[in-house]
Unconditional design. Structure first.
Length: 546
C-alpha cells in the first residue's frame, strides 16, 4: 500500500462528506450541521494540502502546527455539533483543553522535540474527543442502525489514534493505518447522515403523535381490507364517548354509541363511505348517557391503482355550537311570535270583549234561559281564548318590565302556599331548599310567572305523585334557581324543540308555557339549562350577579 493511495482514499471520503453535509445544511440550515460542515472542510483542507508530506515527516514546523491545529479544530467542531444535535451544551473544558494542547504541541514542534512528544498531547485530546463523540451518539434516544454505526466508528477512531505514535515508527505500516483512519471517517460521514434522518423521522412522528393525542378532535384511520378495522383512534375519543380507544375495533362497535334516531343517517354514511368524501353531523350517546353532537369529516386513501385501502377522518364535538344554534333558532321563533302578539293581540281582544258582553246580556234574558248551559260554555271558551292571548303577549320582546331589587327566596316563599295547593291533589310533596342568595334586579311578577310555569310543568309530569324540589343557590358569578321533578323525563323529540311556541304534549295545553319561560329569562339576561332522563327533569335558571 502506497502513501499516495491512502491519501487519495482519504481525500475522496472527506470530499463526499463535505458535499453531503453541505447539501443537508442548504436544506435544513441547522447550526449543528454548519459545525459539521466546517469540521469536514477543515479535514478536507488538511487531506489535500498537508497529509502526504505530514506522513513522510517532510513538512516545515509551521505547517506541522497547522496540520495539528486543523485536526484539533475538526475534532472540537465535531463534538460541539454532536452535543448540540443531542440537545446538550458543550462543556467549557473542551475548548480550553484544545487551546492548551495546541500550544504545547506548537512549542514542542518549534523546539524540534521528538514526534512522540509534541504529538502526544494533541493525540490524547483528539482521541478523547472522538471517543466522547462516539459515546454521545451511542446514548442518543434514536432508534436505528445509524447511531450504532457512527458511535462505533468514532470510538474506533479514538482508539486507533492512540496507536499513531507507534505506527509511525514501523516502516510500511503508516499508510495502512492512515487508510484505516480514512475508512473509519467515511463510516462516520455515512453514519451521521443516517442518524440525522432517523432523528428527523422520530421527531416528526413524535410531533404528529403529540398533535393527534392532545387535540380535542378524534382522529382515526380505518382499514378497508378483509379484516376491516380501526388502525388508529386518538385518545380524544374517551373525552367524547367515555370509552377508551381500544373499545372500538370496528364499525359495529361504533354503532352502539350512535344515538338511536341518527342510526339510519349513520348507516347511510357507511354505505357512501367508499364512494365519496364528506362532512356529516350525527349524535352520539356517551358512557354517562349524555347526548353529544358530532361532525365527521373523512377522506379516502387509495393505492397506486386508485383502489380505496383506508379511510382517514376527524370527528369533532360540536355540541356547544349545535345548542347555540338551537338557542338562536328558539329566539328567532320567539321574536316572530312576539311581533305577531304585539300586532294582533289587541285587535283580537276587542271583538272578543264585545262578543262576551253580548253573551252575558243574552244569558240574563228570560227567553234564553234554556240556552244557559251553552252560553256558559261559550263564555268559558272566550275566557280561555283571552287567557291564551294574555300568555301570547308575554312573548313580546318589547314588553316593558319593572326591575327592582328582590330576593329569589322571598319570591319562592310567597308562592309556596299556592304551589302546595296545586300539588296536593296529585299527592306531590313540595320541598324548598333555599340557600343564601344575594338580591337581584328583577321583575318580581315575571319571575313569579316563570316559577309558576316551571312548577306546574313539574306537577303535570308526576300524575301519580312524587317529589317537587325548588332550590336556590349562589356563586361569585351567578345566582341560580332550579325546579326538579321525579317524572319520566322529556321525550327527545320534544327536548330538541323545547321553547317553540304552541308545542305541547298536554291535551289541554297551549304550548306557550316554556316559550314564555325562555322569553322571561331572556329579558333578565338569564340562562336556562335543562337536564332530563328517566329519573326526572331539572330546570336551572341562572342569573348573573352583576
Amino acid at each position: 500500500m502506497s502513501i499516495e493511495t491512502a491519501v487519495t482514499v482519504n481525500i475522496i471520503s472527506t470530499s463526499l462528506a463535505v458535499l453531503t453535509y453541505g447539501y443537508l445544511f442548504g436544506q435544513y440550515r441547522y447550526a449543528y450541521i454548519a459545525k459539521w460542515v466546517i469540521a469536514w472542510v477543515l479535514l478536507a483542507i488538511r487531506a489535500v494540502f498537508l497529509e502526504n508530506t505530514f506522513i513522510t515527516q517532510s513538512l516545515p514546523p509551521v505547517l506541522v502546527i497547522l496540520h495539528i491545529g486543523l485536526t484539533i479544530a475538526y475534532s472540537l467542531l465535531m463534538i460541539a455539533g454532536t452535543m448540540e444535535f443531542a440537545g446538550k451544551r458543550l462543556a467549557v473544558i473542551w475548548p480550553v483543553a484544545s487551546v492548551i494542547c495546541l500550544l504545547i504541541s506548537s512549542v514542542g514542534i518549534l523546539l524540534q522535540l521528538p514526534f512522540q512528544f509534541y504529538a502526544s498531547f494533541a493525540i490524547v485530546f483528539i482521541g478523547s474527543a472522538y471517543i466522547a463523540t462516539g459515546l454521545i451518539f451511542w446514548k442518543i434516544d434514536i432508534q436505528g442502525i445509524g447511531k450504532y454505526l457512527t458511535a462505533t466508528a468514532f470510538i474506533l477512531l479514538g482508539i486507533h489514534l492512540f496507536d499513531m505514535p507507534f505506527l509511525f515508527a514501523i516502516p510500511g505500516i503508516a499508510p495502512w493505518g492512515y487508510l484505516l483512519d480514512g475508512l473509519l471517517k467515511l463510516l462516520v460521514g455515512i453514519g451521521i447522515v443516517f442518524v440525522f434522518f432517523e432523528k428527523t423521522k422520530n421527531e416528526l412522528e413524535k410531533y404528529y403523535r403529540l398533535l393527534a393525542e392532545n387535540t380535542t378532535d378524534v382522529i382515526y384511520r380505518y382499514q378497508l381490507d378483509n379484516s376491516a378495522r380501526f388502525e388508529y383512534i386518538s385518545p380524544a375519543v374517551k373525552q367524547l364517548t367515555g370509552y377508551e380507544s381500544g373499545a372500538f375495533k370496528n364499525i359495529r362497535q361504533v354503532m352502539r354509541v350512535v344515538y338511536k334516531d341518527d342510526r339510519a343517517k349513520f348507516k347511510e354514511l357507511l354505505r357512501n363511505f367508499i364512494v365519496s368524501d364528506g362532512l356529516t353531523a350525527f349524535r352520539l350517546v356517551n358512557k354517562s348517557g349524555d347526548i353529544m353532537w358530532t361532525e365527521q369529516k373523512h377522506s379516502l386513501v387509495t393505492n397506486m391503482d386508485g383502489k380505496p385501502v383506508a379511510v382517514e377522518g376527524i370527528v369533532r364535538d360540536v355540541t356547544k355550537r349545535m345548542l347555540l344554534e338551537q338557542d338562536v333558532a328558539r329566539l328567532d321563533r320567539l321574536n316572530i311570535a312576539g311581533q305577531m302578539a304585539a300586532n294582533l293581540a289587541h285587535e283580537v281582544r276587542n271583538p272578543l270583549t264585545t262578543i262576551r258582553g253580548y253573551l252575558q246580556l243574552l244569558g240574563n234574558k228570560q227567553e234564553f234561559a234554556h240556552y244557559k248551559g251553552q252560553l256558559g260554555m261559550l263564555l268559558e271558551e272566550l275566557d280561555r281564548t283571552n287567557h291564551i292571548i294574555t300568555e301570547y303577549l308575554s312573548l313580546s320582546k318589547d314588553k316593558i318590565v319593572s326591575m327592582r331589587k328582590c330576593s329569589l327566596n322571598d319570591i319562592v316563599q310567597a308562592l309556596y302556599l299556592l304551589l302546595q295547593t296545586d300539588a296536593i291533589p296529585s299527592k306531590i310533596e313540595v320541598i324548598l331548599d333555599l340557600g343564601k342568595v344575594p338580591d337581584l334586579f328583577v321583575d318580581d311578577k315575571e319571575i313569579k310567572q316563570l316559577v309558576l310555569n316551571l312548577t306546574r310543568n313539574a306537577i303535570e309530569a308526576m300524575p301519580t305523585g312524587g317529589r317537587l324540589e325548588i332550590q336556590t343557590s349562589s356563586t361569585d358569578e351567578e345566582t341560580m334557581i332550579s325546579v326538579k321533578d321525579q317524572g319520566k323525563g322529556i321525550p327527545s323529540q320534544v327536548m330538541h324543540n323545547l321553547g317553540k311556541p304552541f308545542l305541547t304534549t298536554k291535551e289541554n295545553g297551549t304550548g306557550l308555557g316554556m316559550a314564555i319561560c325562555y322569553r322571561i329569562a331572556g329579558r333578565h339576561h338569564a340562562k336556562m339549562e335543562i337536564e332530563t332522563g328517566p329519573a326526572g327533569t331539572t330546570v336551572y335558571v341562572k342569573f348573573r350577579n352583576s
